[in-house]
Design a protein around this ligand. Structure first.
Ligand code: CP
Length: 311
């Protein structure tokens, strides 16, 4: 059987523990390349990666580009504002035109859930979901698992509290799937208006207050309020939200003394997380970003079929 028996990476929901571990182990090996004076290996020479980002991104788009370049693939970036989608071209027409130029991998971010799945059924290229609406963001979950493993050891048995806007968070969904598969105890916490129905069926324990979710946690993952994904307000105001759901020193003291603090970014300082915690010694937020490059290298390698080995 292939080391990674998937043509596309659309989500973590259908990945086995073995699939997840394959990506994480390979990511650990690729992480070393960032420490070299020349951060480049010939592994994907001759391969082409198109980053089709039709929704805003700083970390994901940049790290996919760096990942492709560190593996010597050709990386082409297309953003919503600079593409013909602004002239009315559909996502499928745009993607079919890109596919006609024979890329090996198309990395897609789109505001619509299911966009990556649609492309995976129409394109010859491998498709990576870089975030589709509130559905999934698999490489974020993989880089989060990589960061947790690096700081806390094996994920099985750890307690992970994911706090904030769970309803609109593709990061929360992808992390719940991956962490539960790897044997973590996952708790989610947020205001009732930001907890989606059926979330407990994914294997997470649900809390409508942050304190019980934080109690004894090994990992605290804070999420941004995604106001862009809801029309009518779902809580009174950000001050009120911060008062009841923001991570401050007093609340963090409920977690284990060696608990780490994570955030996928972008952060709203002073809303879901106090700046002192975001910049403090327990935060591993920039380590998450660094690991994102290595994890995306692993994903591109597995899907584009590197020929010259990992070294
Ligand atoms: N975490 C994340 O997806 O960040 P960007 O939106 O900047 O890519």
């Amino acid at each position: 059987m292939s080391v990674f028996p998937h043509k596309h990476l659309l989500g973590t929901e259908r990945l086995s523990a073995r699939d997840l571990t394959t990506v994480l182990d390979l990511g650990d090996r690729f992480a070393e390349i960032a420490t070299r004076p020349i951060k480049k290996v010939p592994t994907l020479r001759g391969k082409t990666v198109v980053n089709l980002f039709l929704e805003a991104s700083t970390r994901t788009r940049t790290s996919f580009e760096i990942a492709a370049k560190r593996l010597s693939a050709d990386a082409i970036n297309i953003s919503g504002a600079s593409s013909s989608t602004v002239k009315g071209e559909t996502l499928l027409d745009t993607a079919n035109n890109i596919d006609a130029m024979a890329p090996d991998v198309v990395v897609v971010r789109h505001a619509q859930a299911g966009a990556a799945d649609l492309l995976s059924r129409r394109l010859r290229a491998a498709v990576v979901n870089a975030g589709d609406g509130a559905h999934e963001h698999p490489t974020q979950a993989l880089l989060d698992c990589s960061t947790i493993r690096a700081h806390k050891g094996p994920i099985a048995g750890l307690t992970v509290a994911i706090c904030g806007d769970i309803t609109h968070s593709r990061v929360a969904r992808s992390n719940i799937f991956a962490l539960v598969t790897l044997g973590a105890h996952v708790r989610v916490a947020g205001p009732r208006t930001l907890l989606p129905p059926g979330i407990s069926e994914l294997g997470a324990r649900v809390h409508d207050r942050i304190e019980p979710a934080l109690e004894g946690a090994d990992v605290v993952m804070m999420l941004r309020i995604q106001k862009e994904r809801f029309g009518t307000p779902l809580f009174p105001n950000t001050r009120e939200y911060s008062r009841y759901f923001g991570l401050n020193e007093k609340r963090l003291a409920l977690a284990k003394p060696d608990a780490i603090v994570m955030h996928p970014g972008p952060m709203n300082r002073g809303v879901e997380i106090d700046p002192e915690i975001a910049d403090g010694g327990r935060a591993v937020i920039l380590d998450q970003v660094a690991r994102g490059v290595a994890i995306r290298m692993a994903v591109l390698y597995l899907l584009a079929g590197g020929e010259s080995g990992v070294e």
